[in-house]
Design a protein around this ligand. Structure first.
Ligand code: SF4
Length: 79
């Protein structure tokens, strides 16, 4: 798995579309919802926590915002 920023796998990471994406690893329950809704942007690491992938720029801003809205624990921010 390739991270967008290997030094900060769960962000914050600035994307080409202007969003800065971050996952709160303490809140993430590893449900996989974001990986389904924005598969280019999110993946689950070995700890079952969501990380931001190197392919994040292949998802639209709207797709990523959909994943933010779909997270059941509000763990993702993208502003
Ligand atoms: S949708 Fe939320 S809780 Fe589920 S894996 Fe993604 S960040 Fe974690």
């Amino acid at each position: 798995m390739a991270f967008k920023d290997a030094s900060k796998p769960s962000g914050p990471v600035a994307l080409a579309n202007g969003l800065t994406v971050e996952v709160n690893r303490d809140l993430c329950i590893g449900c996989g919802g974001c990986t389904a809704l924005a598969s280019g942007t999110f993946g689950l690491d070995d700890e079952g926590k969501s990380v931001i992938l190197d392919s994040a720029d292949t998802d639209t801003k709207e797709t990523i915002q959909g994943a933010v809205a779909g997270c059941p624990v509000g763990a993702i921010t993208a502003n």
